[in-house]
Design a protein around this ligand. Structure first.
Ligand code: BGC
Length: 848
């Protein structure tokens, strides 16, 4: 009894001190330094109760009841092994351990595996069916290699800054677009029995100082703190993670950064409060690799699994030097960690394992040790992983989806006088260092020389870091062009210069003869990788000058970029640049995917999932935090990134301030044309709509009332051109500005559809709107609330190509009385009315 009360007292004292340890009190030394004070303490961790996963939860509970305390510590602590992350087998209970492998677009270091298009390309495709199928195909490869958990997909970074080094691993800075594609990917992956891991949670928006560093004087300088307010958190950064939880994601990875002063992996507000409380997440939170900075505090704040286990990244051979492991057992024994918390961690880890049927699972590929950073000698001799054959070929027929999705994620930005599709050009000039085959190897995961520059010669099909993939082959654009030219049957010449320096400085263009070619295809790239933010938004390797040089002599210059995000395109208005394709990161079939679009086998249907502004400076509103003073600081808390733009990132910013842009969010040309009919709004369901959701029990995804469809918007879309093509009708809403609240964006995406139409064909499209879609996050009532004024409805083919408008007032009396005519009559922050059309200061019309 005395022993027990001592334990309770110890626990109470600990809880009182945790918030200070975690930087989570408003008045704390850390808290005062952040723009929004500290991150509020939320304890204790909600216990999982198996919502949606009842049978598996019962199995997990029975399993955990059999474990010793030491075995529980093993289950929640990574250990050296064949995979990127490893959980030890417990043979006594027939548990063969867990193998966790990177990453979001491939089983990263594996041989005989496919490299899929990046999340960025999926976002640019706006195609939910392809997103899901990619999830299925990738997952089959992970499973075939014996990986239980894939460390992806990514929705953090969201893409607050275009310079973010990892934006391409995720989808789009628009949370609605990201949320749906994130959820679809997870559902596709988990339909095969693989566990997905939604990462990186949360507000992880820059690589610079993502981890703590040590100053020249030996002071530990803490990682960047992303400082944001509650509404911004809910409406931007948390939004897609809510979709992920709704989609039943098995695990979530907490990120490296701090949030309002508190490290993500020991932030009780974000893990206990938002993820497990508000969103009802029933799976487990694992740390990013060496993103754990404490044992007791992290456990209380909601961290369930410490990866890769050791305190430092590559600590091998033992988990003694771990914040979890033996220190967790010690914590339980000395009363600082309740055994209930450890049991909850274990149940959270084992429930998805049972739910997804992982009790019978393919063995780990025997070749993994050779490809991973651990060696077999690092492993505790008592730990026995089960291996299958080595170098298993898991690629299946996935190349065809990769080729299709690669093209689908390409955006045709400019096409003057039908320069594209190419007919049968006789002299084809190919220029630029992105056109040819790779010279520095087929894997961009570990070469330290790549840094923020990348490699010079060869196509860039995906970016670098843990989100990359080892190619079993790459189809370069030049190879694909040669093959296509040979099929034309007109003895076409393919002439090329792939050295950018030669083109710009030594008249390399003149080497290509006869001159000028019928078409000059200029291939450029932009490297992006984990660990570094991009130094520039221009294309790399002096690519802008390459375009200007080629275009000076070639009146039919077509530019194709392989980039890990947005590029400023100073040559967009050059009259000799007749075509521009943003080809993004399409994966191993890159050349074929590009040729399919260039020659018209595929009619381009990708749309920008971000805004291309006119100049780099236009993005200053949400910059990466960095400076030479910061790089030399001796102040542990110097790195603070205040998200002062709040809700106004990407198109939300440019629209609010009425700024001209080069190519707006949602924009992309086709080889055909489309029109859209009037928009009509219908109430789905009956009765009056309340401002607040009914107070229902939380399920995975949060309050189920948030997901109830309340309205739908219908339009019809017609193909008015002469070839078949896919349209992407988009629905934006102008939500009312609540009193005393942050600036509300002029419009936000709340619906999209991809549909293929034959020439002359029309089809109706209906966008369902659920409660969350038409609400704002009210910081005072701490809930999603429907505003009192009318909601503007703007349907069109991009964020600035609005074709049909109306409005509706959900809180007005039910029935048709709630619908308005135009949308110029309400009090929202509108900058134009329907009759004004597209203001001219939004930039020149696009060449079609
Ligand atoms: C990255 C994660 C990755 C992990 C394992 C970390 O540095 O941030 O995205 O899954 O390493 O490779």
């Amino acid at each position: 009894m005395v022993h027990l009360s001592n334990k309770l007292r110890a626990a109470a004292t600990l809880l009182a001190s945790l918030s200070a340890v975690n930087g989570q009190t408003n008045g704390s030394e850390f808290g005062e330094l952040t723009q929004y004070g500290g991150s509020p303490p939320v304890y204790p961790t909600p216990n999982a109760t198996g919502l949606d996963w009842a049978t598996a939860f019962a199995q997990a509970s029975a399993f955990v009841a059999e474990l010793t305390l030491e075995e529980k510590a093993l289950l929640v602590t990574g250990t050296p092994g064949p995979c990127v992350g490893n959980i030890s087998p417990i043979p006594r209970l027939n548990f063969s351990g867990l193998c966790l492998q990177d990453g979001p677009l491939a089983i990263r270091q594996a041989t005989y595996a496919s490299v899929f298009p990046a999340g960025l390309s999926v976002a640019a495709s706006w195609d939910r069916a392809l997103a899901k199928q990619r999830g299925v195909d990738m997952a089959l490869e992970f499973k075939g290699k014996g990986a239980h958990v894939a460390l992806g997909p990514v929705a953090g970074p969201l893409g607050r800054s275009g310079y973010g080094g990892r934006n391409w691993e995720g989808f789009s800075p628009d949370p609605y677009l990201t949320g749906l594609l994130f959820g679809d990917t997870i559902e596709g992956m988990q339909s095969t029995g693989l566990q997905a891991c939604a990462k990186h949670y949360i507000a992880y928006e820059q690589e610079t100082q993502r981890n703590p560093s040590v100053s020249p004087d030996g002071v530990t300088i803490e990682a960047i703190s992303s400082n944001l307010n509650d509404r911004t958190m809910h409406e931007l950064y948390l939004w897609p993670f809510q979709n992920a939880v709704k989609s039943g994601v098995a695990s979530v990875m907490c990120s490296y950064n701090r949030i309002n002063g508190s490290y993500a992996c020991q932030n009780s507000k974000t893990m206990n409060g938002l993820l497990k409380g508000e969103l009802g997440f029933q799976g487990y939170v694992m740390s990013d690799w060496a993103g754990t900075h404490s044992g007791v505090s992290s456990a209380h704040s909601g961290l369930d699994m410490d990866m890769p286990g050791g305190i430092s990244f590559l600590e091998s051979g033992t988990i003694a030097h771990s914040y979890f492991g033996p220190n967790l057992t010690a914590g339980v024994e000395n009363g600082t960690i309740p055994i209930d918390r450890v049991d909850d961690m274990c149940r959270r880890i084992m429930t998805p394992y049972f739910y997804l049927g992982q009790t019978s699972y393919p063995p780990i590929d025997g070749g993994e040790f050779a490809l991973n950073y651990w060696s077999p000698s690092d492993v505790d001799p008592g730990v026995n992983f089960t291996f299958g054959p080595s170098n298993v070929d898991v690629r299946g027929a996935h190349g065809s989806l990769i080729r299709e999705l690669g093209s689908a994620g390409m955006v045709l930005l400019k096409n003057v006088d039908n320069a594209l599709p190419l007919k049968t050009p006789k002299i084809i000039g190919v220029f630029g260092n992105d056109a040819g085959d790779l010279t520095d190897g087929l894997y961009f995961g570990g070469d330290a020389d790549l840094t923020n520059i990348g490699f010079q010669y060869g196509v860039l099909p995906v970016g670098g870091g843990s989100g990359t993939g080892r190619f079993s082959y790459v189809v370069s654009p030049l190879d694909a062009i040669k093959a296509k030219a040979a099929q034309q049957g007109n003895d076409a010449l393919v002439q090329y210069v792939l050295n950018n320096t030669l083109i710009v400085d030594a008249d390399g263009f003149a080497i290509v003869q006869p001159s000028p070619p019928d078409v000059c295809l200029v291939f450029l790239k932009t490297w992006a990788t984990e660990g570094y933010d991009r130094p520039s938004l221009l294309v790399d390797w002096n690519g802008t000058a390459v375009v200007e040089t080629v275009a000076a002599s070639c009146p039919n210059t077509i530019v194709i970029t392989n980039s890990g995000g947005l590029n400023i395109l100073p040559f967009a208005s050059n009259p000799n640049v007749t075509g521009i394709i943003a080809a993004h990161y399409p994966g191993q079939e890159v050349g074929n995917s590009i040729v399919d679009v260039l020659w018209g086998a595929v009619n381009p249907s990708g749309k920008l999932p971000y805004t291309i502004a006119l100049a780099e400076e236009d993005y200053a509103f949400a910059d990466i935090t960095n400076s030479s003073a910061l790089l030399e600081t001796e102040d542990p808390n110097a790195w603070q990134s205040d998200f002062e733009e709040r809700l106004l990132i990407d198109y939300r910013y440019f629209d609010y301030y009425n700024e001209s842009v080069q190519y707006e969010f949602g924009f992309g040309l086709s080889y055909t044309t489309f029109s859209m009919g009037n928009a009509t709004v219908a109430r789905v369901g009956s009765g009056s709509v309340s401002a607040l959701p009914s107070n229902e029990s939380i399920v995975p995804g949060g309050n189920p009332a948030l997901w109830e469809t309340l309205y739908s918007v219908s339009v019809s879309v017609s193909n008015t051109g002469s070839v078949a093509g896919a349209a992407v009708p988009q629905l934006y809403l102008g939500l009312p500005q609540p009193a005393n609240e942050d600036i509300t964006p002029v419009k936000v995406l709340r619906g999209f559809e991809k549909l293929t139409l034959q020439p002359g064909e029309s089809q109706p499209v209906t966008f369902d709107l659920n409660r969350r879609d038409i609400s704002y996050w009210d910081i005072y009532v701490q809930d999603w609330v429907i505003g009192t004024s009318a909601i503007g409805v703007l349907a069109g083919f991009s964020s600035r190509d609005i074709q049909a408008t109306t409005s509706f007032s959900p809180l007005a009396s039910s029935g048709s009385g709630g619908y308005g005519g135009g949308y110029g009559d309400h009090s929202g922050p509108w900058h134009w009315s329907a009759s004004e059309g597209r203001p001219s200061h939004w930039g020149p019309p696009k060449a079609i």
